[in-house]
Design a protein around this ligand. Structure first.
Ligand SMILES: *Cc1c(COP(=O)(O)O)cnc(C)c1O
Length: 444
């Protein structure tokens, strides 16, 4: 792997400029990552636990010294790698020996060819796929982003991992911290689903319920970072956000590799803060730039729940800015009323010829059951949102049923049982006798 001398220089500056990073080692090895750059004005910064541009307050992104070279050799190297996200270590802000460190090794989840669902939705056979990220260690896509943030936290010398969470992130942080020997203290809205609360607590870290919604939790965490109370803490989605976001690129890499190193034509991606969607786009563009896939147009579709659809509303109104909403939906993992990456999502949907659409809670439940009954995949409400939106976009003629479509399921239905519990009950309850079973009329 090529590495710039810049990396070590960069970090010495960080140690003096960012007092919050107490204990930052003199050198930081984050593999091919060469610095941070502002998404708005392009200003470069050294690698460090910073997330906003000092010039214009725009969001910072990881910049790379990517291994440009023979794509065939890189492809072979990736294919020979472990069956988790670390097969893409040459393209991520992680040290080369990352696979040897204690972490949860998420990723390489199934890309399911969903022919039964395709038949129901009127999509050509062999063209519809579900990328099922419920197969990750804590049963949501969040393990991918946390694994990246953990490496950044290690590199910057943090000893406590933290986050503001809509539920899944808290569990992913708790588990990753437990495995890596970090302390964790995570913050969630107090009224989350039981499955999310239990999963966030069971790994033994501190779990704090905040009386408010996610946007209140996030605001609180931003205050905590600026306070001595939060000193030495790595907030995976705040001061480590640039690194965190890179984890979502692995979804793009895996989808293309699993399609035989080809870009899909259409992707349907859920939107909470919008980070995942923007980074999947970044990952696809990198694969093209590296020559790992042939360049062709692809369309990105964003999916929201009607009860929290600020990006969808802006898309439909033709606005460039996203007006915050107060969330009220069963899709709590997506319930961010003021999404940080909203404007970038709008830009990507428009640039690629995609769209942003939403479905109501009833449609979410129907879609969860549709996916379960056709493909044997039990999705959480966020998966109901993407499948429901896919159905709606096919019916509206915006998704072409003759082209390859990948729909993301980002979480496990066991965490949001309430959504379907009422309508998913035993068909019959009977005495343990053949007579009783015959009477129930279920034989044959
Ligand atoms: C966090 C989350 C997302 C996407 O979140 P972004 O903030 O948009 O990156 C999608 N699905 C589930 C289940 C999640 O927990």
């Amino acid at each position: 792997m090529r590495r710039k001398g810049l990396a070590s220089m960069a970090v010495q500056t960080v140690a003096t400029e960012t007092p919050a990073a107490t204990g930052t080692p003199a050198t930081v090895d984050l593999g091919p990552a060469s610095g941070l750059s502002c998404r708005e004005c392009g200003t470069r910064f050294p690698l460090g636990p910073i997330f906003a541009c000092a010039e214009c307050f725009g969001p910072l992104e990881v910049a790379y010294d990517l291994p440009l070279g023979d794509p065939e050799a890189l492809r072979e190297r990736i294919e020979a790698g472990p069956a988790n996200i670390w097969r893409y270590a040459p393209l991520l802000p992680v040290p080369a020996d990352v696979a040897d460190k204690p972490n949860l090794n998420p990723g390489w989840t199934k890309l399911v060819k969903a022919d039964n669902l395709a038949r129901e939705l009127g999509v050509e056979q062999g063209k519809l796929f579900v990328k099922d990220d419920s197969g990750n260690p804590t049963h949501s896509f969040k393990d991918r982003v946390v694994a990246q943030a953990l490496e950044a936290a290690r590199a910057f010398g943090f000893t406590t991992l933290s986050c503001s969470s809509t539920g899944n992130l808290a569990g992913a942080v708790g588990a990753a911290a437990a495995r890596a020997g970090f302390r964790s203290c995570v913050f969630i809205p107090h009224d989350l689903e039981q499955g999310k609360v239990v999963m966030a607590a069971v790994y033994g870290g501190e779990l704090v319920g905040i009386e408010g919604n996610y946007d209140d939790v996030n605001r609180f965490c931003s205050e905590l970072i600026g306070d001595p109370l939060g000193e030495g803490w790595g907030f995976v989605n705040v001061n480590l956000r640039p690194y965190y976001g890179e984890g979502s690129k692995t979804l793009a890499y895996e989808i293309c590799e699993q399609l035989g190193w080809e870009l899909p034509d259409q992707l349907v991606i859920p939107i909470a803060s919008g980070s995942q969607l923007t980074k999947i786009d970044k990952g696809l563009k990198e694969l093209i730039a590296l020559g790992l896939v042939a360049d062709k147009p692809y369309k990105i579709f964003g999916a929201q729940a009607e009860g929290c659809s600020p990006v969808s509303a802006a898309f439909k109104a033709g606005h460039d800015v996203v007006r915050p909403q107060k969330p009220d939906t069963i899709a709590k993992s997506l319930a961010i009323g003021n999404p940080a990456d909203g404007p970038y999502v709008l830009d990507i949907a428009r640039r690629t010829g995609g769209a942003v659409e939403d479905v109501n809670d009833e449609q979410v439940v129907d879609a969860i059951k549709l996916l379960a009954r056709t493909e044997g995949i039990f999705a959480e409400t966020a998966g109901g949102v993407t499948v429901g939106v896919t159905k709606k976009l096919i019916e509206a003629g915006l998704i072409d049923p003759a082209l390859t479509t990948v729909v993301l399921n980002t979480g496990d239905g066991l965490k949001t049982l309430d959504a379907v519990a009422e309508t998913s009950q035993a068909t019959a309850t009977i005495k343990p006798s053949l007579e009783a079973f015959r009477s129930a009329g279920l034989a044959g």
